[in-house]
Design a protein. Structure first.
Length: 394
C-alpha cells in the first residue's frame, strides 16, 4: 500500500509516541489479515499475511514475528528493525521477542472505546498475548494504543498531506467538469454513473464502496442518509442536488460535497432561502478554519461554526467533520468530538487532516459544502478548492 520511506516515517512517529507516553512496548497481532484486518498493521506493515504476524514496537527498535510464508514480504517493507521467522513455535518466539525489550512496566495493545483504528485486537489474539506476556514475566499495566495511533495514523507527515492534497485536487477536477454535464431530467443514479466514468478515465479508485460513491440526494424526494443514489428520482426545477464524492489516488483519499440548484423557467439564481443557507455554511466553515490549530480542542471549531448558525437563524450541527487519509473515514477524532477520556487527547495536532461539512436542510433539499483541511504549525488551511457559489443546472 505504501513505500518503505513513508512507513519508516510512521515508525519514527511510533517510537516518539512511546517515549512521550512512557510506554515500553506496543504489540499488534493478527492472522489472515484479509479476513481479520488489524488497522495498526495496515499503516506500519501493510503486507497481507496468511500466518500469524506480530509487530512489536519499542522506544528505539521494532521486531516482526511472522510465519515463513510471509517473512519475505514483511521484510520487503523494511521499516522494522528485525524479522523473526516462526511456525509451530510462534508463541515461544513471541515470548522471546517480548523479553528482548527488557523490563516492561507499560504495554500498549490495540483496544479502544474511542478510536476504531486502535481497536483491532481480537479476543483470540488478546488471550494469546495475555499468555505470552505472562510467560515473559510481565506484571505491569496494559493501556490502549489510541494515543499512539493518533501520532502514527492521525498526525500525517508532509508526503502524506501532499498525497491527500493530490487526491482532493483530482476530485476537484471531476466536480468542475460535472458542472457542464449535470442537467435537468437526470436521475441520482445517472449522476453517480457520470462521476464513476470519470474515476475510470482517471485510473483512480474509491474512498468508500462504489455502490454508494458518489451519494446523490435530489430535492426533498430522496434520502439524505448517504446510501445509494435514487434511480427513480429525476432532477426537476427547484431541486437542490447534493453530491458526496470521494476518490482514492495512490493510497490516499478525498471526500467532498458540492451543491447544485436546478433552475426553473425565468430563474437566473437560486431562491433566497438557498442563497442564505449557502452563505451560512460558507461562513461557518471559514470561522471553523480560523478557530482550528495545534493544541485547540476539537470542539472549538464546532463551536465557532455553530455561533454562525445561531447568529443567522439556522440550527446547530452536532459534528463538523471527520479525519481522513487512506480512507474517507479513518477513525480517530471527529472535528467536534465532545468525548474526553483517558485513551485519547481530543486536541488537534499539526499534520492532522479533516473534513468540514456542515449541512442545512432547506425546503428545496439538502445543502452541504464539504471541504478538506490540514492542521498546520500555526493554524489550519484548505487542501480543497472551496465552492464559491451554488452551481446552477438547467
Amino acid at each position: 500500500m505504501f513505500e518503505t520511506g513513508l512507513i519508516r516515517e510512521r515508525m519514527d512517529r511510533a517510537y516518539g509516541a512511546l517515549n512521550e507516553f512512557g510506554v515500553d512496548l506496543w504489540i499488534s497481532i493478527s492472522r489472515e489479515t484479509h479476513f481479520t484486518t488489524e488497522p495498526a498493521l495496515m499503516f506500519l506493515l501493510p503486507a497481507e499475511g496468511l500466518s500469524l504476524v506480530a509487530l512489536l514496537v519499542g522506544r528505539r527498535k521494532s521486531v516482526c514475528v511472522v510465519g515463513p510464508l510471509d517473512a519475505e514480504e514483511a521484510e520487503a517493507y523494511g521499516a522494522h528493525s528485525e524479522t523473526i521467522t516462526a511456525a509451530a513455535d510462534f508463541d515461544e518466539k513471541l515470548v522471546e521477542a517480548i523479553r528482548g525489550f527488557g523490563p516492561l512496566h507499560k504495554v500498549a495493545l490495540n483496544f479502544s472505546q474511542v478510536d476504531p483504528s486502535a481497536d483491532g485486537l481480537s479476543l483470540t489474539q488478546y488471550r494469546r498475548l495475555t499468555r505470552c506476556l505472562e510467560a515473559a514475566g510481565f506484571k505491569g499495566e496494559t493501556v490502549s494504543s489510541a494515543g499512539i495511533m493518533k501520532r502514527v495514523r492521525g498526525q500525517k507527515g508532509p508526503r502524506e498531506v501532499e498525497g491527500i492534497r493530490r487526491a482532493v485536487q483530482m476530485a476537484m477536477g471531476v466536480y468542475e467538469k460535472s458542472r457542464g454535464a449535470i442537467r435537468s431530467g437526470m436521475s441520482g443514479y445517472d449522476i453517480q454513473q457520470y462521476f464513476q466514468e470519470q474515476v475510470h478515465l482517471l485510473g483512480a479508485g474509491y474512498s468508500w464502496p462504489q455502490l454508494g460513491n458518489p451519494f446523490v440526494s435530489v430535492g426533498t424526494r430522496s434520502s439524505y442518509l448517504c446510501k445509494r443514489p435514487p434511480a427513480d428520482v429525476f432532477l426537476q426545477p427547484g431541486d437542490l442536488v447534493n453530491v458526496d464524492f470521494g476518490l482514492r489516488l495512490d493510497g490516499f483519499a478525498s471526500d467532498n460535497q458540492r451543491s447544485y440548484y436546478v433552475l426553473g423557467d425565468g430563474e437566473t439564481a437560486p431562491p433566497q432561502e438557498v442563497r442564505d443557507a449557502f452563505f451560512a455554511v460558507q461562513e461557518a466553515i471559514r470561522k471553523a478554519v480560523v478557530a482550528a490549530g495545534p493544541g485547540v480542542h476539537t470542539t472549538v471549531p464546532l463551536d465557532a461554526a455553530n455561533a454562525v448558525f445561531e447568529r443567522l437563524g439556522f440550527p446547530n450541527v452536532r459534528g463538523l467533520g471527520h479525519e481522513l487519509g487512506t480512507f474517507a473515514h479513518e477513525g480517530g477524532m471527529r472535528m467536534g468530538s465532545a468525548f474526553e477520556g483517558t485513551e485519547l487527547d481530543m486536541r488537534l495536532e499539526e499534520g492532522m487532516t479533516f473534513t468540514m461539512e456542515p449541512a442545512i436542510i432547506t425546503s428545496h433539499g439538502r445543502l452541504c459544502q464539504e471541504e478538506v483541511v490540514v492542521i498546520t504549525k500555526d493554524g489550519c488551511r484548505m487542501l480543497s478548492t472551496p465552492q464559491e457559489d451554488v452551481w446552477l443546472v438547467r
